[in-house]
Design a protein around this ligand. Structure first.
Ligand SMILES: [Zn+2]
Length: 165
């Protein structure tokens, strides 16, 4: 299974400006550690559209180094629960994001193993999950579905002005 095969599935991803801004805060220009968090948002009913409305930020209880991370803090899950109930159960866990100290990031074996594991845990709920690697010059987006991992073409990613609730 290759993560580098680029496809254009019948899906579009809408990303709130605030999510992109958050990624930008953690880009690994210097000697920063890898940053990570979870992606929260909504699936359209036909699952052709995924809206990413919120990204959690690293917490002191997460394990971070220059080239690895592990989401350990329960703050991510607490934020998810809060947004889930506040949104009338519409906002759900979509996947994760993390940074790489590379201009054009590529997933490591650890990354792809983790994504497939996340998908196997959550696949009963939704057809697709989304994972992002934030590089220094580009962000790389991946969709995980029953077809495995696919790199997403950037033409299916749209920025969305934040909905004021
Ligand atoms: Zn990685």
């Amino acid at each position: 299974m290759s993560a580098n095969k680029s496809i254009t599935p019948p899906i579009s991803i809408l990303v709130c400006e605030s999510v992109i801004n958050k990624f930008n805060l953690y880009k690994q220009y210097n000697n920063q550690n890898e940053a990570c968090g979870i992606l929260i948002g909504m699936h359209s009913i036909d699952e052709s559209k995924i809206s990413i409305t919120f990204a959690t930020e690293p917490d002191s209880n997460d394990k971070r180094s220059r080239c690895s991370f592990k989401i350990k803090s329960n703050k991510h899950n607490k934020t998810l629960q809060k947004r889930f109930s506040k949104s009338g159960n519409r906002e759900v866990y979509l996947g994760t994001w993390h940074t790489h100290p590379e201009d054009y990031p590529n997933p490591s074996k650890c990354d792809t193993d983790d994504w497939l594991k996340q998908y196997s845990i959550n696949r009963n709920l939704f057809e697709n999950m989304v994972f992002v690697i934030v590089g220094r010059k580009t962000n790389k987006w991946f969709l995980v579905s029953e077809n495995g991992i696919s790199a997403l073409d950037t033409n299916v990613i749209f920025n969305e002005i934040e909905e004021k609730v």
